[in-house]
Structure formats: structure tokens, C-alpha cells
Design a protein around this ligand. Structure first.
Ligand code: SAM
Length: 331
């Protein structure tokens, strides 16, 4: 390895988020409109071989130590198990994980574990079927619960759950969800809603803040800061009722942690994004299809990181939401 993905502020990216598709089988209101979006055409998507090659360049030449597959919904990508297996072959020490809504995971968890996946992060905002339908516009809560159980049974743990609270929809259910997660041995983290929805409907006034989330949990549980150093982990961790159970809060908006960011993203169509909120991308797919060598791809990637800004700038008056929504960037 000759280079690192270092930016002008000395941050080094070692955690690669790879979007495998922009498609999803849920329609979470804070992410996508009910009718879905104009999906990327197939020829624009990286092939399985192209995904694995870029993962290899990242790991072998640029110091990537953790790869998380995401989307859209990564489980709808047909080659997912094979992509995991081939990524595992690159480096037995690579941390390999998946962010998923868990639809289909009940069936796929054993194969994913066998292929070398280490962990999963599952998105679940409520354990009430009615609220689940209101948020996701689908009646699939039972499939998510089955997927969580299968992931746990397959050893894809610790199984983490990511939850977004929406005002007037599920913001009264934080403690209920935490109690349920603890009972089942899942690690729950609440994520502040970010301005990344395709409809551009996010407002600062409507989002549920970390302070509000903590206040509603503290009405039921005793929370104390977990002592372990946070490092580059986005979640602030709290012990619940003295531990060992914990709960995390990812306050991307009200308590940004950009100074500790160690992430870089690759979209399903092969664009490097140095930040979730970046307004520029670097086209690795075009270079790759024009016959670039691994070294040339690595060069482009290094250059793409130099433009990473100090912070996401949501609070700046000049802030502009990225053109691509979360589902197309890879959350
Ligand atoms: N489909 C997969 C899933 O559901 O986990 C992976 C992609 S999804 C975009 C990744 C995560 O982003 C989910 O936990 C989802 O709740 C979160 N997310 C989507 N839009 C968001 C937004 N506007 N603000 C905060 N989190 C968001």
C-alpha cells in the first residue's frame, strides 16, 4: 500500500460505503416519494466485477479497512452474496457489513454469513405495524422482524438497528422501540433526520433533535454516557439503566462529527463522494471503462478526497441539499 485517502484537514478515510443499487422495496416518507424515483439505467450501474475491482483498489492500495454495502436496498441486488464472497477473498481481516431494511434477510442471512459478511445494520423506525405502514407505505413489519432474528441466528452480530424519528408519526415511540430492542438483544441507534429526501421536504423545525430523543428516552430509562472513546463512530453511546445495554444517538445535524469523519462513498454508478452532502463527485466508472489501471483509479480516488470540505455545512446560509437523494448516494 502506497497511499492513504487523506484530505486537506488530515482526516483519513478507511471506511468505504458502497451503494449496490438505488432501488428500494420500501418507500420511507423521509427518503423517497410513494411512486419511487427514476432508477439508474442498468448500463450505468457498476457490474459485480467492477464493484469488486474498486473494493480491491480501495483495500489494497488506499488503506480501506471497512466496507459497508448499502443502497437503495442492497438485498435487491442479485449478485450481493457473490460480491460479499469476493470482497472477503480480498482480505480476511476486512470488516464487511451491510445496511439493509431486512426484507428478504430471513432467507439470505445464512448465505451472507457463510460468504464472509461480519455484521448487519437494520433500519426499523417502529414496532407498530400501523406506524410501519405509515412511514414505509408497505405492510412488511413481520418480514423485518424475521430478518432481524435470522441475522442474529446467523451470527451477523452485534445486530444494530437504525431508527429515524418523525414528528407526529413515531416520536412518541422511542422508549418503546428501545425496550423492544434491548429485550431482543439488538443495539439501537437513533439517527437525526437529514436533508437528503428526494422530495426536499426536510425542515429544521420539523426534525426531531438529539435533545428531544434523549429527553423522551430519559422519561423511561436512566441514561448515562458510555465511557468507551467514541473515535470516529458517529453514534454517541449511552448506558441504559447502568448497562450493559446501550443506546446510540447519531446527531448529524445538531451535533455534527465531521472533524472525526473517516468515510468515503461509492455510488452504484461508480462515483466517489467524499461526503454524504458533497456537491461534486468523481467518476471512477468512466475511468474504469476507458481502461484505467488500478494505479490510475487509485490516483483519481486520492484526488477526489482532497476536495472534501471541513464540514457538511447544513447550518451555513449557503447550504444546498445534494442533487442526489440518500437512496441514490448510499446511506
Ligand atoms: N435500504 C437500506 C436501509 O433501509 O437501511 C439502506 C439504505 S437507507 C438510505 C440507509 C439509512 O438511511 C436507513 O437507516 C434510513 O433510515 C436512513 N435514511 C434515509 N433517509 C434519511 C434521512 N433523510 N435522514 C436520516 N436518515 C435517513
Amino acid at each position: 500500500m502506497t497511499r492513504l485517502l487523506e484530505d486537506r484537514f488530515g482526516r483519513v478515510a478507511t471506511d468505504l460505503r458502497v451503494s449496490l443499487t438505488d432501488r428500494c422495496n420500501l418507500r420511507c416518507s423521509y427518503c423517497m416519494p410513494e411512486e419511487g424515483l427514476d432508477w439508474l439505467a442498468n448500463e450505468r450501474l457498476l457490474s459485480d466485477d467492477e464493484v469488486v475491482r474498486l473494493v480491491r483498489v480501495g483495500v489494497e492500495q488506499l488503506g480501506i479497512r471497512e466496507v459497508r454495502f448499502t443502497g437503495g436496498e442492497p438485498l435487491v441486488r442479485r449478485g450481493i452474496v457473490d460480491i460479499v464472497r469476493r470482497s472477503r477473498e480480498i482480505d480476511p481481516a476486512l470488516e464487511l457489513s451491510l445496511t439493509s431494511n431486512a426484507l428478504g434477510l430471513a432467507r439470505m442471512a445464512p448465505a451472507l454469513a457463510e460468504a464472509g459478511l461480519n455484521r448487519v445494520n437494520i433500519s426499523l423506525d417502529t414496532i407498530r405495524a400501523e406506524t410501519f405502514h405509515t412511514i414505509t407505505r408497505r405492510d412488511r413489519l413481520h418480514d423485518v422482524v424475521a430478518g432481524l432474528e435470522a441475522a442474529q441466528a446467523a451470527g451477523l452480530g452485534p445486530v444494530k438497528i437504525n431508527a429515524v424519528l418523525l414528528r407526529g408519526v413515531n416520536d412518541d415511540q422511542a422508549a418503546e422501540l428501545l425496550g423492544w430492542a434491548i429485550e431482543h438483544g439488538y443495539h439501537l441507534r437513533f439517527i437525526e433526520q437529514m436533508p437528503l429526501d428526494a422530495q426536499h421536504g426536510w425542515t429544521r423545525e420539523q426534525m426531531v433533535t438529539a435533545d428531544e430523543i434523549l429527553a423522551s428516552l430519559e422519561a423511561v430509562f436512566d441514561l448515562s454516557p458510555a465511557v468507551e472513546p467514541r473515535g470516529s463512530a458517529p453514534a454517541e453511546l449511552f448506558l441504559v439503566n447502568g448497562g450493559p445495554a446501550t443506546v446510540g444517538v447519531i446527531a448529524s445535524v445538531t451535533r455534527p462529527f465531521c472533524g472525526d469523519c473517516d468515510r468515503v462513498r461509492l455510488t452504484a454508478d461508480g462515483q466517489v463522494r467524499n461526503c454524504l452532502f458533497a456537491r461534486e463527485e468523481s467518476d471512477l466508472r468512466a475511468a474504469l471503462r476507458a481502461g484505467a489501471s488500478d494505479e490510475e483509479l487509485a490516483d483519481r480516488w486520492v484526488i477526489a478526497m482532497r476536495g472534501k470540505r471541513a464540514g457538511h455545512g447544513i447550518d451555513d446560509p449557503t447550504f444546498l441539499q445534494p442533487d442526489r437523494p440518500m437512496s441514490a448516494i448510499g446511506g
